[in-house]
Design a protein around this ligand. Structure first.
Ligand code: GLU
Length: 455
């Protein structure tokens, strides 16, 4: 199977972890199939879209490890949309309607009162050319509706018309076009809603699979009808469950909540963000991964559950820590260097397990060098630490030095357990927790150890 997929955000804000889920579902599907990934910027809303957000989206995706094969902007394609519009109008599939929002609301209320579904009654289809000229002379501009194929011969007698697809995430789906209003594709100010441009782009770009949030399920019924009206192949569709924040609220690009940018600034690993964005709310356990390729290997869009998934930042912190703990030295080395830490495998293996974020390596490096470190020495431990200094083995130090040292110290002082180990840790690291002392000791070295014991 070869696949062409697209991720289609509107550049109206920073993308959040829910958008990352959509991007990654598509990316992983393409990755598994050896296919193409298109970043499509849905910027038909010129007032709210900005170049800065478009650039930020590409940057945030790159941070995540998602590199598009192609970038398309809808705002570059208005000429194409206008041509398709003209064609649909000629075929009678796109018609002008003039009702105001209030008139439409009134119509819906009347239909509800009569026990009818509150859908648009297609009154505009009855307008003559003269009626339209009169309305336009009054200053009304038309919006344009797509005539849904939900009737046999008479559009005023809509009937049940099911659209089916086998959803990549949700299994068999049905939307009844008979229960929907003819969708508005072009607003009265001439701007396109996303519905039509999206279908035109998917056709022109040869998109084979569309995965997006489940808020688009009804749209898909409508868009399948538009694909068919345009004579094109209908792509496979998948609709994944949405993410909410910890309080159950939906995520929004506008609020900036849980933006990839903020997660990156918190120092989180992109692999951890990706693993959680994909794995949360699925039947699979979320495990740390070393790369998106690892994630692709176990990816199954059908594993997404039906209900919304609640995103808890604590889960991400936890997964991030596990991701850092498992980071191999080759990957850590350039990053240590970037932090000004000499890349030493012994250092990384000593501290990796104690870094909740990669940046915490700096904290442990200061423990090694002693920079800004204040040994903690209780008065009652002074004599004991004096014994420790006296019994400290000669260099070279290795992984066994600490055991040999504390063994001798135990024999000499009778101390054991916490009373033996904690004063050494407090004096040598200035902290009551941290990496194995056996691993730290060779890094700190003999002279510096003696200095801290006597501080
Ligand atoms: N711009 C649309 C959105 O962000 C794209 C939906 C789609 O993938 O078709 O909701």
């Amino acid at each position: 199977m070869s696949a062409t997929v697209r991720f289609a955000p509107s550049p109206t804000g920073y993308i959040h972890i829910g958008n990352a889920r959509t991007a990654l579902f598509n990316w992983l599907l393409a990755r598994r199939a050896g296919g193409r990934f298109i970043l499509r910027l849905d910027d038909t809303d010129r007032a709210r879209s900005t170049d800065a957000f478009a650039a930020a989206i590409a940057e945030d995706l790159a941070w995540l490890g998602v590199r598009p094969d192609q970038v398309v902007r809808q705002s570059d394609r208005f000429g194409r949309y206008d041509a398709v519009k003209a064609d649909l109008v000629t075929k009678g599939l796109l018609y002008p309607a003039y009702e105001t929002a209030e008139e439409l609301e009134y119509g819906r209320r009347r239909r509800r009162a009569r026990g009818l579904p509150p859908v648009y009654d297609r009154a505009a289809l009855r307008l003559t050319a003269d009626d339209r000229a009169r309305l336009e002379a009054e200053g009304r501009q038309p919006h344009w509706r797509f005539l849904l194929p939900n009737f046999a011969a008479d559009p005023f007698q809509p009937e049940r018309r099911e659209v089916h697809w086998d959803d990549l995430c949700r299994g068999p789906q049905t939307v009844d076009l008979g229960s929907l209003s003819d969708p508005v594709l072009i607003r009265a100010d001439g701007t396109y809603l996303y519905t039509l441009p999206s279908v035109i782009d998917d056709l022109d770009l040869g998109v084979t699979h569309v995965i997006r949030g489940e808020d688009h399920v009804t749209n898909t019924g409508v868009q399948i009808a538009i694909f068919e009206a345009l004579g094109g192949p209908v792509p496979a569709f998948g609709h994944h469950n949405l993410l909410t924040d910890a309080s159950g609220e939906g995520l929004s690009k506008r609020t900036g909540a849980l933006s990839l940018r903020s997660l990156r600034e918190k120092g989180l690993e992109p692999e951890a963000v990706a693993a959680l964005a994909v794995g949360i709310g699925t039947s699979h356990a979320v495990e740390p991964v070393a790369s998106l390729d690892d994630l692709a290997a176990g990816f199954d869009p059908a594993a997404a559950s039906r209900s919304a998934a609640r995103f808890d930042p604590a889960d991400l912190d936890h997964l991030n820590a596990r991701t850092v703990h498992a980071l191999p030295f080759e990957r850590a080395a350039p990053r240590l260097q970037a932090l000004g830490i000499p890349p030493d495998p012994a250092f990384w293996s000593a501290v990796a397990g104690n870094c909740a974020t990669f940046a915490e390596a700096s904290l442990w490096w200061r423990v090694v060098t002693g920079e800004g470190l204040t040994p903690i020495i209780a008065e009652e431990d002074r004599a004991f630490l004096g014994d420790a200094a006296r019994l400290l083995p000669p260099e070279p130090f290795d992984a066994d030095t600490f055991r040999a040292w504390t063994g001798a110290l135990k024999d000499a002082t009778g101390r054991k357990g916490r009373a033996l180990f904690m004063p050494l840790r407090l004096a040598l690291t200035g902290l009551d927790h941290g990496p194995e002392m056996a691993a730290l000791l060779p890094l700190v070295g003999r002279a510096e150890t003696l200095r801290r014991l006597a501080a």
